[in-house]
Design a protein around this ligand. Sequence first.
Ligand code: ADQ
Length: 462
Amino acid sequence: MGRLVIVSNRVELPGARAGRAGGLAVALRDALHGTGGLWVGWSGEIASATSTEPHLLQSGPVQYATLDLGEDDHAQYYNGYCNGTLWPLLHYRLGLMEFRRETLEAYLRVNEAFAEAISRLLRADDLIWVHDFHLIPLAASLRSRGVANRIGLFLHTPFPPPEVFTTLPRYEILANALASYDLVGLQTEGDRVNLRRTIARHRQIAARADGDLDLGTRLLRLRAVPIGIDAAAVRNMAASMGRGPEGQRLLDSLGGRQLVLGVDRLDYSKGLPQRFEAFEHLLADFPEHRSKVTFMQIAPVSRGEVRQYRELRRELDRRAGRINGKFAEFDWTPLRYLNRSFGRHVLAGFYRHARVGLVTPLRDGMNLVAKEWVAAQEAADPGALVLSRFAGAAYELSDALLVNPLDADAMAEALHRALTMPAEERRERWQSMMRSVSDNSVIAWRETFLRLLEPASAPVLA
Ligand code: ADQ
């Protein structure tokens, strides 16, 4: 087997922020160490122009190649097309989607620059694994340079039905780009069906019985490969950090009150205004919880240069102030709202102390916070999870209390149910969720994807 080449927007460089890498980064890095290989991505630096000459760093059998983005490309490719066009589109938020030709051109240009840099570093038997929506055109750009290697894409976001996807002006470019891969992995069956329908309709072909698409010269394999976590690592971190200094301080500060916890990037896909509203309904409609429950929402600012994100932040500030103004007592603050991030260890300790995990995105590819919260619970006395039906994780975590995040009353009822759930029911639900989180680990996800991508498993055209 050849080397593995991973291409993703951001690269986890060796040694950087030691010990802080997430489960996904660790799993990818381990795979690279197993086969030897190359990890390519944006350096995180902004230069005067996008470069095709990568910064190279060798660490054991792994080479890291990172490219600087030009100032204009950062604005138009990253903030513009990726975050202002594709992200809302893929999360079904057409009202928030902006489209400008210049940003599409920047998107294609940056992918060309990546392809140029990668093609010079490639070997004939390398296996190429591309990550996420920033790099959808990469396979087509590589193919146009004569690259015949097997290339797979894993899309971390949802994929909407063709009726939504084709509202994107010039969607044909992306549909063709997606069809240039050998394998596209998606988070759920629903996403897979949506992508299959989109490409089949665009190319006017019928899907085969196995759901793959015969493109004439090549077979495009589409598979749901839901991402997982390293449950044992999270469980161990939670057990030790729950008793660590931050975990202990949190516990002391609660003064015996029950903790409801939300942890998200500050993103409109995460349903934060709706979540705040649901908590307000809980306090209004179930007054027995006043002074008894604390809701802590951790939401570090993300993509702060994009207008929709700045507006969301203002809205949340307003709502948080309103809830505390309306319900706080001199010795009780109902909502703790923090625009900062915490290390993974500290978060794991916080998850363990939360009686209720509140994970209610309006739409989410998977949502790893839900899985991490499950893995962090204490087996003898776990909490209850309130989870959006529209998170990919809901397919696996069907024993959570599943809610529609647009229904504030139903969410308040689910919160009440979670806060009053008997220990036996909490244990039963948690055991089933923990089984599924442990079985579908991030390692299993990685191995499944790579097995599907390997040449030996390439399907033969009839
Ligand atoms: P994200 O939208 O970032 O990821 P999520 O899966 O919830 O969403 O989180 C990814 C990681 O970031 C988790 O390991 C989590 O612990 C960490 N994280 C989230 N919020 C944090 C916070 N406030 N402080 C510190 N760490 C935080 C995208 C897709 C998801 C998909 C993942 C992986 O949008 O749907 O699950 O990729 O495929």
